[in-house]
Write a protein that binds this ligand. Sequence first.
Ligand code: GLN
Length: 549
Amino acid sequence: MAKYIFVTGGVTSSLGKGIVAASLAKLLQSRGFKVTIQKFDPYINVDPGTLNPYEHGECYVTEDGAETDLDLGHYERFLNIHTSQDNNVTTGRIYQHVINKEREGAFLGKTVQVVPHITDEIKRRMLQLGKDGRFDIIITEIGGTVGDIESTPFVESVRQIQWELPDEDVTVVHLTLIPYLKAAKELKTKPTQHSVRLMSESGVHPDVIVCRTEEPLNTDLKRKIALFCNVKPDAVIEAMDASTIYEVPLLMLNEKLDEIVMKKLGISIYPEPNLDAWKGFLNKLKYPKAKVTIGLIGKYIELQDAYKSILESFIHAGAVNETKVQVVNVHSELITPENVAEKLGTLDGLLVAPGFGNRGIDGKITAVQYARENGLPFFGICLGMQMSVIEFARNVLNLPQAHSIEMDANTPNPVINMMEEQKKITKMGGTMRLGAYPCEIQEGTLAHKIYGTTHITERHRHRYELNSDYLEQLQQHGMVASGTNPATGLVEIVEIPSHPFFIGVQYHPELKSTVEAPAPLFTAFVAAAKRYHEKNSSFKNPLLQSELI
Ligand code: GLN
């Protein structure tokens, strides 16, 4: 029988529920338990696939092709496991299921209501991952903040589960904020008291309170929170701001979050946590021996969450290389042929980001040209790879109007074309080429050297592809298709062998990078940037050198 941990949030959003949930999961996993995490999001979109990144940040894609909340990325990066369609549920998906059943006549003439029909479906999904013996512990993060109108059915479902299951099978962890008032020089517990009271009014009482705080909580304050919120003093956990999210599991270990949770769950025998690999990674991350500057060219750069997995992949790859990777965001719309050298001149590597639509496209193409012509390490992901093909077609094949059908439906040289199966699709949600597909890598190529194998699978999210009619021309002029899908021949990887490091991939390697298994492409790209930096930095940027000494 699996045990269930629910993580709720109060006071404000953006407290890092996902990181706390992932950290707790990591600690339990490090003690030998089989753990998974799922997220329940209160919004009505069926999944975040149709959401603009400005709304909720990046859309994370799982192996099985689910378009999910970015917190699933944290779960995978921390736990080194695969999540799936079942790990992210939205209000929209719940209602869609219940309404479809109603249309099928499954409710036999009954009035369909939030309680019990919607809550029954929520509960079914909350408990589902614990049914087949694959996991000992299921952590469920409830999105949003307690008290939000749309969270109510989720909180009610947690109440019912608490009531239905034995006490020792369910625990609730509530994350709140303890604000520090500078003028009064005091930490304030009142918002936490209100938040716990609000949740208790819905019938759900937390067993553990995790307090986000900028200042340490002393024993008196912890006792005060415990007394007013009706939990034991050792169940008040301090969560100080950390310098990196990857330190949070260790902070939570110090605070004994996992032990207090296990006690509530009736788990009394457990091994010491094995966090050697994790600590080794943290050590490399905190004490780098070198530094590189990578330009991230995108159109959503104002919002860090839009490229979350890419930024985290750089952290993993940086640790492997014992190198601090400083990512400089460059807005694609601001790059012109006139200013490109000035904007990109101090970089050690260029990553052109994934994306959709026309905005900022010219800047991306100009940036690729600069990297190609100046031997600057280049890494293109999805749209970034497509832009590298367009740039090559325009400037090397001499097809100045070459474009992607996505941006210019009438281009005489559609070097990037819509995939055949996409042409009949009329609905937007969940209809891209999504999830893991195999890719065969040609021996002797850069990709082969990087992966060390000819057979890989990577995750996808796109509608367009390299038009194979142009493949021969591209290859003749020095752009090689080094990876293809074995079933369809779709080009997955392009590279330019005459360049020190130029690679573009149709898939998203950032979605599979974890602390324990960093994405090989990112690791190799950072290593290439390091080589470039060593070669060029002495005359290019003396300041950066002295900074390291
Ligand atoms: N817009 C491009 C396509 O659909 C690239 C997608 C992406 O970068 N994820 O093919």
